[in-house]
Ligand binder design. Sequence first.
Ligand code: NAP
Length: 259
Amino acid sequence: MDLGIKGKRGLVCAASKGLGRGCAEALAEAGVNLVINSRTEADITRTAQEIADKYGVEVTPIAADITTDEGRERVLAAAGQADILVTNAGGPPPGTWTDWNREDFIKAIDANMLSAIALMQALVPGMMERGWGRVVNITSQSVRSPIAVLGLSNTARAGLTGFVAGMSRQVAGHGVCVNNILPGIHATDRADSLDKGVASKDGISIEEARKKRQSGIPAGAYGQPEDFGATCAFLCSQQARFIIGQNILLDGGALNVTV
Ligand code: NAP
């Protein structure tokens, strides 16, 4: 399917690997010229080169921490008048609800709520003026079904979801579609580190921890960043113009609900 976005300009945050990279690759395949970001210079430079070589689009790497004002400024300066924005950042660490203090909450809210909001505030007005834009926020299944050990994520992402629910309807009339994708477990470094956490907590091997987590997924396996990226690219397509303020759950059926 031609997504109709060839030649558009996109910014994908936290994209040297994992879900962000999956989104960057799918947008590049659709012909979008990209600015991509992550903190580790060697990784983001290599990823940018690989994507540019594979898909023949322009890919500009910016090594910066997207959760800081200074990092976002540099990323936004490179992104210019982006038509497409994919917000993403590393997830907060696991723990227990009694352990987290104010600092921990502020850090999680900065990373997984306020950074995405700041990026939208910077780029969406230009999209509205030009009459076309797409925003996809990478959140988490924890928005629909809380994950006990990831209370910081449950909290921050719920805040972002509430913001998007209201804001997306205010910008839709200007041709800008804002939506969230909620990943269930996907085979990335983040999933590996959570597998390790389960293994050490339950005193089992990492393989056993992975099998245990997979057993809760009706599709029978972890999701793949490529499939996640394809969903993101579709939400950024011309054809997605009627999808507004939605929370698309990609979890292999793990959440056992009717609607
Ligand atoms: P990942 O494989 O660990 O990749 C994270 C990417 O983000 C890397 O490119 C990393 O590069 C970059 N990054 C991290 N912190 C950053 C920051 N402050 N500024 C800029 N770049 C940053 O993680 P993932 O699995 O793709 O997860 C992406 C998001 O989805 C996370 O918020 C995660 O919590 C959420 N999520 C993932 C899953 C899953 O199963 N994978 C499920 C639910 C939710 P550098 O370290 O070099 O910056």
